[in-house]
Design a protein around this ligand. Structure first.
Ligand SMILES: NC(=O)c1ccc[n+]([C@@H]2O[C@H](COP(=O)([O-])OP(=O)(O)OC[C@H]3O[C@@H](n4cnc5c(N)ncnc54)[C@H](OP(=O)(O)O)[C@@H]3O)[C@@H](O)[C@H]2O)c1
Length: 271
């Protein structure tokens, strides 16, 4: 089988924004795309993969369930990714490789002064940050950017990476750390003949399960919860399909030779 021209790996693609992005990327007119979708729920992942196949019959899709909050499972990603990456001489790698770090959890919502629950803190850190850093490095080591005409690292970020929200210290800190890790990758990958793109994209307040969790949380700051409740009731939350189309446009623009300035943080409302 010839290697795919464009290889996309999307974490957290079983539902919400990740699923929307998988659909948006698959529907873009590019020959021979291959999408590898991650998430915990095998059933939801298979449904998302089936939706992508229906929407874009030319795209190849595979789903692999994995819990990114389980640090002991992370080394198992090496043989998994190697199985999906084309082996052989540098002439065989895909034209483009795009890793979209989308999986995310709110983690514990509570004041910094509240008694910490270490297992929750560790799970949030592993799911949102440790696995993020591990996966980027693993992929770049397995398929070095100098062997691929275009490598893109995409961090699905948040306004919370830049603005503190009371009781969201864990989420805010982890999102801010992801942004800085991506900026560092951009500084390292700068230069050379191959194209590299590193982007932090804040997708806007979207009408997904995560917003439902905020509205239903008994520990979230009341003012923040009310703000998002009103946004939901007023129809002001962003449709994840609309936000995903914007990010797919930025990713596709880079594949087309334009796109975004590498190493930057771009917000939904600025695109
Ligand atoms: N919704 C918003 O308002 C908003 C705003 C700004 C930024 N964001 C960011 O956008 C991204 C997507 O959010 P969303 O709103 O689509 O959230 P969502 O509806 O809660 O979906 C989260 C996705 O991440 C996966 N996931 C969660 N924990 C995981 C784990 N431990 N291991 C592997 N996969 C895991 C989920 O799949 P499984 O349940 O199958 O594992 C699901 O596919 C996140 O990074 C979030 O921080 C969201």
């Amino acid at each position: 089988m010839p290697p795919p021209a464009h290889l996309f790996i999307i974490t957290g693609a079983s539902r919400g924004f990740g699923r929307s992005l998988a659909l948006a990327l698959a529907e873009r007119p590019s020959p021979s795309s291959f999408l590898l979708l991650g998430g915990r729920s095998a059933d939801a992942l298979e449904r998302a993969a089936a939706d992508v196949r229906r929407a874009a019959p030319d795209a190849a899709v595979a789903a692999h369930p994995l819990d990114l909050s389980d640090a002991s499972a992370l080394p198992g990603l090496a043989p998994l990714l190697a199985a999906f990456l084309p082996a052989g001489p540098p002439s065989q790698p895909p034209l483009s490789l795009t890793l979209v770090h989308n999986a995310g959890t709110l983690g514990p919502l509570q004041p910094v002064s509240a008694a910490p629950h270490l297992p929750d803190l560790l799970a949030a850190t592993t799911a949102n940050l440790t696995s993020y850093m591990y996966l980027s490095s693993l992929l770049l080591s397995l398929l070095p950017p100098e062997h691929v005409p275009l490598t893109q690292l995409i961090n699905v970020s948040s306004l919370a990476a830049r603005k503190p929200f009371p009781t969201w210290s864990v989420y805010c800190a982890l999102k801010a750390a992801r942004d800085m890790h991506l900026s560092t990758a951009a500084a390292e990958l700068h230069g050379g003949s191959a194209l590299r793109g590193c982007l932090s994209y804040a997708p806007g307040p979207m009408d997904t399960d995560m917003q439902g969790e905020i509205r239903g949380s008994g520990t979230c700051d009341a003012g923040t919860r009310e703000y998002f409740k009103r946004a939901k009731e007023g129809g002001e939350l962003v449709d994840p399909d609309v936000s995903a189309a914007k990010l797919a446009g930025l990713i596709g623009g880079k594949i087309g030779g334009g796109g975004y300035e590498t190493g930057t943080h771009v917000d939904f409302y600025d695109v």
